[in-house]
Design a protein around this ligand. Sequence first.
Ligand SMILES: [Zn+2]
Ligand SMILES: [Zn+2]
Length: 178
Amino acid sequence: MTDSLPPFTYHPDPLATGAVEARAAVCACCGKARGFIYVGPVYGGRDLDNALCPWCIADGSAAAKLDASFADPSPLERAGVAEAIVQQVHLRTPGYVSWQQESWLAHCNDACEFHGDATESEVRTASPETKSHWLSEYDQDEEGWAWASQGYKPGGRSDLYKFVCRHCGLVAFGWDAC
Ligand SMILES: [Zn+2]
Ligand SMILES: [Zn+2]
């Protein structure tokens, strides 16, 4: 009944992260029920929550036809990532829900892959590189790391999102505290 999902370079498994769910709903863009619906944030255009199929995100038609976008481009622009990559994440990649505005991480002059909430064990066993990236990205010190990581639970008051650099393999945590 379903096709396999289109590939998303910067959000490789949107089913696992919860951004896409198996649902029989009809897509507001292509008018087809393809078995999957995007349930993450949609910006711009009319109310498109839970109404777009992943194919219309991947091929840019939801962005072109309905003025939809899925992630704030400014963090990637500030990081100096090439405009074509910024646009791909902004307009043709499933986004993710966070407490405040999500902030897509970049490394090695590219956007990172988004892998959803970090697990408790990923946070507990964070490498020195992961931790020092976090300290500098969020201008924090050891105390800040202790606050963010101790008793960490996915989806809790201090959420850490797992990003992976496509070039050097760095695991970088995005952070959002409510
Ligand atoms: Zn569609
Ligand atoms: Zn890197």
